[in-house]
Design a protein around this ligand. Structure first.
Ligand SMILES: Cc1cc2nc3c(=O)[nH]c(=O)nc-3n(C[C@H](O)[C@H](O)[C@H](O)COP(=O)(O)OP(=O)(O)OC[C@H]3O[C@@H](n4cnc5c(N)ncnc54)[C@H](O)[C@@H]3O)c2cc1C
Length: 396
């Protein structure tokens, strides 16, 4: 036995998922340390558009995720109400709703199908004819043939949310270790705790390992590099198989052009109260770990956006962002026990990590405290992937 501090929970990765977990667990009075290789909230979480909703096209795309999306969407008001006063900042949560628009008869049919699906699920939406769209969003282009108003689907500003969460996490006394990379770990039977191996990101210098009863892997698309020794030895085996899907997104700035989130099947627009307008986004699974912004993507996004709202061409392009969405084979997240005592995983949130952060944090904390997988998390267990159980042991 040692007299070194043993943390209740070590969280590896301070994106939106890691920070939300840290906040939830520290509020429940667990002693929490968050280990972040870079600075908190610098990767996909910082790039995200911040669209929060259950409606999705093409229809059926998110079928397996619907219960968790709905749960998290409905947790958002309470999540924000807890985080903002503690973090003492606004997270840019806007409840002005989402307007889906159709540019032709085919798209209008899809909106009708989405409307019917929502009714069957007991969710509200309102069908709009072409003449009903413009009074709602007057800057929209002429020639749109129909719309669907979804009040419940809203937006948050992920950058503000991350700042608020980071501040809140510190105030609830979780410790943030930045510039520190987790390079593996082993279960120490004599301490009944994980010994988590660390090094400084900049210098590569090895730091004393820390001890934690529980470790949660929230390292986004890098989760497997933390835990999987097999890939290092050249095998293609990977514990979760999580990998990146590149996404490009534009941040423009100018006068107000929309209040609601405006969406079609191939572009989404969201404007913050400070005038920042988000044009989202590309999905490039074939691009691997590449983080290069491309002219082609920029032009395609600008064209799709200005087809919907011509005045968008007058706004200034402030930033062309690129991020890597964490994804596993079936596009569902992996949340829960990693099959070893005290080892947990929360990754693979793909295109919905900002939306799913409140539910991921809440239900993972419930699982940890009760020792049982909550009903809602059962479809997202690691077992479904048919991969070998996670081990941090041989990672070096
Ligand atoms: C263009 C784009 C648009 C998007 N739009 C939306 C949207 O509108 N709504 C929505 O809900 N989601 C959206 N997403 C998805 C969302 O951004 C992701 O699902 C979410 O950010 C994943 O969060 P994460 O915390 O799992 O991963 P990340 O944000 O990638 O964080 C992982 C963290 O782990 C750290 N890390 C990695 N390895 C180690 C290590 N060995 N040791 C210590 N730390 C480590 C990294 O440095 C990083 O900070 C979008 C994504 C993109 C790219």
């Amino acid at each position: 036995m040692t007299d070194r501090q043993i943390w209740d929970v070590a969280i590896v990765g301070a994106g939106v998922i890691g920070l939300a977990c840290a906040f939830e667990l520290a509020r429940r009075r667990h002693r929490v340390v968050v280990i972040e290789r870079d600075q908190p909230g610098q990767h996909a979480s910082r790039v995200a558009a911040g669209l929060l909703g259950t409606a999705a096209l093409p229809l059926g795309e998110d079928e397996g995720l619907f219960p968790l999306k709905l749960d998290s969407l409905r947790r958002y008001p309470e999540f924000i109400a807890k985080v903002e006063p503690i973090g003492r900042r606004s997270a840019g949560y806007r409840m002005d709703g989402t307007l889906w628009v159709a540019r032709d008869a085919d798209e209008d049919e899809q909106l009708e199908a989405l409307h019917v699906q929502r009714r069957q699920r007991g969710l509200r939406s309102v069908r709009l004819g072409s003449d009903e769209i413009f009074p709602i969003e007057p800057e929209l282009a002429e020639g749109l043939v129909g719309g669907l108003l979804v009040d419940e689907d809203v937006q948050v500003d992920p950058r503000r949310l991350l700042e608020t969460l980071e501040q809140a996490v510190k105030i609830v006394r979780a410790r943030l270790l930045v510039g520190t990379e987790t390079v593996g770990g082993e279960y120490d039977d004599s301490e009944s705790a994980w010994s988590v191996r660390l090094r400084q990101t900049d210098s590569g210098a090895v730091i004393d390992p820390l001890l934690a009863r529980n470790v949660i892997l929230t390292a986004g698309p890098w989760c497997d590099s933390v835990i999987d020794s097999a890939t290092e030895s050249g095998s293609s085996l990977a514990p979760t198989g999580v990998g990146p899907v590149k996404g490009q997104l534009l941040r423009l700035r100018g006068p107000r052009v929309i209040d609601r989130v405006v969406r079609t099947a191939n572009v989404s627009l969201a404007q913050r109260r400070d005038g920042e307008l988000i044009v989202a986004s590309t999905k490039e699974p074939e691009a691997g770990w590449d983080l290069t912004p491309t002219d082609e993507a920029r032009e395609a996004l600008l064209e799709r956006a200005s087809d919907l709202i011509p005045r968008i061409r007058e706004l200034d392009l402030e930033e062309h962002s690129v991020g890597l969405r964490p994804v596993v084979a079936d596009h569902l997240p992996v949340i829960g026990s990693a099959g070893r005592t005290g080892l947990w995983v929360a990754t693979g949130h793909f295109q919905h990590g900002v939306l799913l952060a409140p539910s991921t944090a809440y239900w993972l904390a419930e699982a940890m405290e009760s020792g049982e997988a909550p009903e809602l998390l059962k479809p997202y267990g690691i077992e479904r992937l048919g991969q070998p159980e996670v081990s941090m042991e041989a990672a070096s």
